[in-house]
Design a protein around this ligand. Structure first.
Ligand SMILES: Nc1ncnc2c1ncn2[C@@H]1O[C@H](COP(=O)(O)OP(=O)(O)OP(=O)(O)O)[C@@H](O)[C@H]1O
Ligand SMILES: O=P(O)(O)OC[C@H]1O[C@H](OP(=O)(O)OP(=O)(O)O)[C@H](O)[C@@H]1O
Ligand SMILES: O=C(O)c1cccnc1
Length: 487
């Protein structure tokens, strides 16, 4: 199999049907029609009360780099599935559209647009697969990390998942998303290099196996490192691992920084309490107990309930693989399209399943915050030409149950979708990782506790403006009329 192309690009990281549709648009002369697509998801990940937005940095790189290389063009021609003239046309392709998006670290919710792509039918169609690929993974990981962090509070959590991640990209971008979501460090050096994420770690069982006993292994490590965390469960945690860790710490004294020990198996509530006692009695009350082994927010919560004496958490498999929910299920739908007369006409996807219906029109999402309490009252989805900042009071109603409503008086409305690219030019300056993390914390602080609990949180309101709701109802009616006349 041929794999290494010196000029490989990411343009073909898309589903074949995007290209077949693009060919139709091109041959039929509608490829340059103006269009708006929006991405949204239908269910909150993990049943959480909020989701943490991540993935924009990768999207920005993707759109900036998007072009068809010579080998892409040759390959497409070799499939014999496309019109060679259309494929030649793609040679000059660049993304010239406009991208609006939630920014990383912001909180997002189901049933609201989180990404909006506006441009030609051709370019907006091409990018669907990659954009969804990115956000469907990264939002999951950032949200899961935030759930974990909400349980452990100020205790450090390290990301250990690279060996179990679904391949290289997931390890790297997943680590970044986990850091956005609140984890404190990673064991992956490349993620450290690429994104400036703090790198940390301990050592593995192999070190102890290499020396065939705990003592010699810990001693060798202490001779070659200042900061020492000894993994104590290779043979027997309480009888060999911890006593030998203490022995080496005693022998080296100030020559090393004995940070603590890591437990990686067994009953971690029982063991951590015993280990704590042994370390305290040996005069190491500041030595920390690190724990790892298939942990997630549920096991951590249960360990805390049992009074486990764990100070630092290492999380791998269950975070990086988004173990309990493999995808977010975000979708990308056309919401408005230029007609034969140059007018934009809103479009809908109806479905036999009402939950799969899209909301027509180009939108903005407004985060409505009460000025007094500084807490979020809900999100308010409007058509793009509406601006609730001009209103004194805002009538908010649930679009599925309009009798659930409230009027908000003294509020701040913050637009969620920011300009990222305008006419192909990147206009958004990416913030630093620290700024993204601080933003996430700020947004979480503005959320009532009821939406933040891990189990059965309250459902955060995502409402439609009256104009947006009326527009949707009218278009549904029009489509139904049209279908009726077909029969
Ligand atoms: N006290 C505890 N309460 C709840 N869960 C625990 C407790 N102690 C450990 N666990 C979790 O139970 C699971 C099983 O751990 P255990 O070490 O017994 O088996 P294992 O994962 O098969 O071990 P190994 O990784 O060595 O093969 C792990 O997910 C661990 O985090
Ligand atoms: O358990 P996770 O949350 O995925 O965290 C990462 C795991 O990776 C290492 O295990 P290793 O690959 O050495 O295998 P092990 O299960 O035998 O410890 C480490 O000791 C953790 O157990
Ligand atoms: O540094 C560690 O302790 C570590 C790194 C990767 C996986 N498990 C543990």
């Amino acid at each position: 199999m041929k794999f290494d192309y010196p000029d490989d690009s990411i343009a073909l990281h898309t589903d074949a049907y995007q290209l077949t549709m693009m060919q139709t648009y091109w041959q039929k002369g509608i490829a340059n029609r103006h269009v708006v697509f929006e991405a949204f998801f239908r269910k909150m990940p993990f049943g959480n009360g909020y989701a943490v937005f991540a993935g924009l940095s990768h999207i920005i790189r993707y759109l900036n780099a998007l072009h068809f290389s010579d080998s892409d063009i040759e390959y497409l021609k070799s499939t014999q599935q496309f019109d060679p003239e259309f494929i030649e046309y793609l040679r000059g392709f660049r993304f010239k559209g406009t991208l609006r998006s939630a920014v990383e670290g912001d909180l997002v919710y189901s049933h609201e647009p989180i990404i909006q792509v506006e441009g030609t039918l051709l370019e907006c169609q091409l990018v669907e697969t990659a954009l969804l690929n990115i956000i469907n993974y990264q939002i999951m990981i950032a949200t899961k990390a935030s759930r974990i962090k909400s349980i452990v509070g100020d205790q450090p959590v390290m990301e250990f998942g690279s060996r179990r991640a679904q391949e290289f990209d997931a390890a790297i971008w997943g680590t970044r998303a986990a850091y956005i979501g609140g984890l404190d460090a990673t064991s992956n050096l490349r993620a450290g290099k690429l994104f400036g994420i703090p790198v940390s770690g301990t050592h593995a069982h192999a070190l102890v196996q290499a020396y065939r006993n705990d003592y010699d292994a810990f001693k060798a490590y202490a001779q070659t490192h200042h900061d020492c965390v000894f993994l104590v469960d290779t043979f027997d945690t309480l009888k060999s691992g911890v006593p030998n860790a203490i022995k080496v710490a005693d022998e080296f004294g100030d020559a090393i920084n004995f940070q603590g020990v890591r437990i990686d198996s067994g009953d971690m509530a029982y063991l951590s309490k015993k280990v704590r006692q042994m370390l305290d009695e040996a005069g190491y009350p500041n030595a920390k107990i690190f724990a790892s082994n298939n942990l997630d927010e549920r096991t951590i919560m249960d360990l805390q309930r049992q009074g486990a004496k764990i100070d630092v958490w290492g999380i791998g498999t269950k975070l990086i693989t988004s173990y309990d929910q493999p995808t977010l299920g975000a979708v990308y739908k056309m919401v408005s399209l230029e007609d034969d007369h140059g007018q934009m006409v809103d479009t809908i996807k109806l479905s036999n399943n009402a939950a799969k219906m899209s909301t027509p029109g180009k939108h903005q999402v407004w985060r409505i915050t009460d000025r007094g309490s500084e807490k979020s009252e809900g999100d308010y989805v409007t058509l793009a030409d509406e601006d609730p900042r001009q209103l004194d009071s805002l009538y908010m109603f649930d679009p599925n149950y309009p009798f659930l409503n409230k009027t908000v008086e003294d509020f701040i409305a913050r637009p969620l979708l920011k300009d990222i690219f305008v006419d192909g030019q990147q206009v958004y300056q990416e913030p630093s990782m620290n700024e993204i993390r601080q933003a996430r914390q700020r947004h979480l602080d503005r959320l009532w506790e009821e939406y933040k609990r891990n189990l059965n949180p309250e459902v955060y309101p995502v409402d439609l403006s009256q104009k947006c709701y009326d527009n949707k109802m009218k278009i549904i009616k029009d489509v139904k009329e049209y279908i009726k006349h077909l029969n």
